[in-house]
Design a protein around this ligand. Structure first.
Ligand code: ACM
Length: 267
């Protein structure tokens, strides 16, 4: 599988423009899977729950999923994209996965960051692994990066690649993903955004770009600038992600000691 990401600067509140940019770029790249940033159709810095509600959509019933599914069909690829979801009275910071045959599934961000806590409800469902033509792909979103537990769950479920749509404002995640890759022996793809937003008299948020892909040995195999639009695509080798051996005595998953960890009730 060839997997990559599209790092760009979404225009706040302009879903049509953002989806048009996504269509144009994804139509011109050769990849089986493309990962887009968190909240890539709406922008990030909402000023009220009403504003977030106006821009959020049902999944899979909304226009963004329909257009992303069309793009996936027209270009014969899978797409993972962060979008704002509305479900009944609740809003979620969600990522969808679609493919040439339609909508596949979604992940609702479990660990909300900063003011996201004002508009979104945190997801309560475990992250899932999706089988894309034999490559197992898990999804987390942005601030989930700081919680190794959710990466471990996906690794234990067999993920070869963990996709992380992101709107990072702190500079630590990109380097930390080398460790997440090493400790789970998986690929991690951070699809971050660029640009800044300063809305409603709030402090300016500057997004840190520098999207990257790390391999199961912790090598950085794709890396983007901090402040420019970029597309990177790499080959995913599932032999590498399925070999969990460190040496003849140690393996990253099988050598864990859950029997000992279970003695600690706070985990
Ligand atoms: C973040 O979770 N968007 C930092």
């Amino acid at each position: 599988m060839k997997a990559g990401y599209y790092q760009f600067t979404p225009e706040f509140g302009d879903r049509k423009k953002n989806l048009a940019a996504i269509r144009e770029k994804l139509s011109n790249c050769r990849a089986d899977l493309m990962i887009l940033p968190e909240l890539c159709t709406t922008g990030y810095q909402f000023c009220s729950t009403e504003e977030a509600r106006d821009l959020a959509e049902e999944i899979p019933g909304g226009d963004s999923v329909r257009e992303l599914t069309d793009i996936a069909y027209d270009n014969g690829k899978y797409i993972i994209a962060g979008i704002a979801e509305s479900d009944g009275g609740s809003l979620y910071n969600t990522a969808v996965i679609v493919g040439p045959e339609g909508y596949i599934g979604k992940y609702r961000k479990i660990h909300l960051f900063y003011e996201e806590n004002l508009w979104f409800t945190p997801g309560d469902d475990l992250p899932q692994v999706f089988d894309l033509d034999g490559v197992k792909v898990g999804i987390l979103i942005c601030f989930d990066w700081i919680f190794p537990e959710v990466f471990r769950i996906l690794a234990l479920e067999g993920a070869d690649l963990i996709a992380l749509p992101a709107n990072l404002v702190l500079p630590y995640c990109q380097d930390a993903m080398r460790t997440r890759s090493i400790e789970n022996k998986v690929y991690v793809a951070v699809a971050n955004r660029t640009g800044s937003e300063e809305r409603g008299g709030k402090d300016r948020l500057t997004f840190t770009g520098a999207s990257r892909i790390t391999d199961p040995k912790g090598n950085v195999i794709a890396s983007s600038p901090v402040d420019a639009e970029d597309i990177r695509i790499v080959e995913i080798d599932i032999e590498l992600s399925r070999n969990k051996e460190i040496n003849e005595y140690n393996r990253v998953l099988a050598s864990r000691r859950p029997d000992v960890y279970a003695k600690y009730p706070k985990l």
